[in-house]
Write a protein that binds this ligand. Structure first.
Ligand code: CIR
Length: 258
């Protein structure tokens, strides 16, 4: 079975209240609550048998706790991305140090201007990567990613996004051919071959669950999704992400898993 051994996270900063929000969810994050929720998230990850590397909060970047976006880590190489959102540009430089603890320089690749790409737009299914073309990830970013992956014997296909912020806002792979799908992804032909579990609209946020070594971490407050995941035979852990949701962040956004 596939196994993740490591996870990188970054603690939320006080500036999280100024994180980018598309306005889908009401309110501003409560920093103190976000801190408590982050600690619970780290504990849940540890229960799944991984070593958790914790980076300190970085007040210069309100969204910097969403470490999934400035890097993409595969089994063969790490790719430092180039965030498309103005206020997130620079986060990629701050993640390199942590990535270097796990990868030698010749296995660290970079997405460069004019290409932009955020890790939330990339979904790994074995050695194939689905990449969402979004407001954050452009054609050139996808071209560079495709070239990098090919160098390591891996493949990539583009998915056009119409409604969501990032690809993984609406679709997540749980291994074993199982995929959680919501909204625009329910009918996309790209994912026909998978066992798609359709997420009801009022629980769309919970399409962003994470598979961690046989256990699936599900956000708190989504009973239909929790039951659907349990019915697939997975052990589950529930983590409250209410403060991150206010700035469009989900469970996957908060970590790099490899
Ligand atoms: C942003 O808009 O960039 C953050 N407020 C949320 C990032 C969520 N990340 C993700 O989906 N991978």
């Amino acid at each position: 079975m596939k196994k993740f051994n490591n996870v990188i996270v970054r603690k939320p900063c006080r500036a999280l209240v100024d994180g980018i929000s598309g306005g889908t969810y009401e309110g501003k994050p409560d920093y103190e609550k976000a801190v408590v929720q982050h600690a619970a998230y780290r504990e849940a990850l540890k229960k799944c048998g991984v070593e958790v590397t914790v980076l300190e909060a970085d007040e210069r970047y309100p969204d910097s706790c969403f470490v999934e976006d400035p890097a993409l880590i595969t089994s063969k190489c790490a790719i430092i991305t180039n965030p498309g959102a103005e206020s997130r540009k620079g986060e990629e430089k701050e993640i390199i140090g942590a990535v270097k603890k796990f990868f030698s320089d010749d296995k660290i690749e970079f997405i460069k201007d004019p290409g932009t790409l955020e890790g939330g737009d990339v979904m790994m299914v074995g050695d194939h990567f689905y990449v969402g073309r979004s407001a954050r990830t452009n054609e050139e970013g996808i071209r560079q990613l495709t070239e990098i992956l090919a160098k390591y014997g891996m493949t990539c296909s583009e998915v056009k996004l119409e409604e969501v912020l990032h690809l993984k806002t609406g679709i997540n792979y749980l291994e074993d051919n199982n995929m959680l799908v919501s909204g625009e992804f329910v009918t996309k032909p790209d994912f026909e071959k998978f066992n798609k579990v359709e997420i009801p609209e009022d629980e769309a946020y919970a399409a962003n669950c994470i598979w961690m070594n046989g256990t699936v971490i599900v956000p708190e407050g989504y009973p239909t999704v929790l039951k659907a995941v349990q019915d697939l035979g997975y052990k589950t852990l529930v983590v409250d992400t209410s403060e991150y949701r206010k700035v469009d962040g989900g469970l996957s956004c908060l970590s790099l898993r490899f």
